[in-house]
Design a protein around this ligand. Structure first.
Ligand code: ADP
Ligand code: MG
Length: 239
């Protein structure tokens, strides 16, 4: 059976510092997988390796049955949403959404269709003429998500997309991202250090600690049957 994504014995070192210590994981089509773990455990590094923004020191990354080590990010068919929205301040929302597609030399009509579909889906269609400085934090994050959607990726990668938002907005965006997953049905990998996001959003949770996988499972299984004290302390039931 072909997995949407397989990580095989992934290691990553920066100089002589080992950051990822041999990770094996697979994700299925349409799964919402959350990588959760404390700051510095290697979540962003792992996501960057999957995205193709960096290469593993050893191990294989296999996307839909094809080894993609060394394949540039732009050719992997993935979209990444970052914590900092990284919108272009001098461009309108429409231009921010179109820009990446224009670089791919996509026909205008196709660009407009994708931008308008994404804007409608995210309910930012009334904002297309505004610039990022004229948007609220939640609206900006929706534009950042829109920019990922218009690429029509096979897999979405989210790196702590809500950590700059206040608690109320975080709750609202959590629901919106889950709804988006239900509507689009793509495989999504969502990185967070927030246990509540992991518990409420994930089909499966991967608990990371210092570059290793501590446990993988459905939220309730981890909660009820944590493999060790670390998982218990992080997301499990109080012991
Ligand atoms: P997380 O996203 O879980 O907070 P990161 O993946 O950002 O963790 O970082 C994991 C570890 O790798 C940290 O100790 C960090 O300092 C180190 N690291 C990340 N990127 C680099 C880099 N480009 N060069 C050197 N060390 C790095
Ligand atoms: Mg990080």
């Amino acid at each position: 059976m072909t997995h949407a994504l397989e990580l095989k014995a992934i290691r990553k070192s920066f100089g002589d510092v080992d950051v990822i210590h041999g990770i094996d994981l697979h994700m299925e089509d349409g799964e919402f997988v959350v990588f959760v773990g404390p700051s510095g455990c290697g979540k962003s590094t792992l996501l960057r390796l999957i995205a193709g923004l960096d290469d593993p020191t050893s191990g294989d990354i296999v996307l839909q049955g094809k080894r993609v080590n060394g394949v540039p990010a732009s050719e992997r068919g993935l979209s990444m949403v970052f914590q900092s929205y990284a919108l272009y301040p001098h461009m309108t929302v429409r231009q921010n959404l179109s820009f990446g597609l224009e670089n791919m030399r996509m026909p205008r009509a196709e660009i407009d269709r994708r931008v308008e579909d994404a804007a409608r889906l995210l309910q930012i269609d009334p904002l297309l003429k505004r610039r990022p400085g004229q948007l609220s934090g939640g609206q900006r994050q929706r534009v950042a998500i829109g920019r990922a959607i218009v690429r029509e990726p096979v897999i979405f990668l989210f790196d702590e997309p809500l950590s700059n938002l206040d608690a109320e907005l975080r709750l609202q965006m959590r629901v919106e991202i889950s709804d988006l997953h239900a509507k689009l049905g793509n495989t999504m990998i969502y990185v967070t250090h927030d246990q509540i996001e992991a518990m409420t959003m994930a089909d499966r949770i991967v608990v990371l600690r210092a570059g290793r996988v501590e446990q993988v499972g459905k939220p309730l299984d981890l909660y009820n049957h944590p493999a060790n004290r670390f998982v218990a302390g992080f997301i499990g039931a109080p012991q």
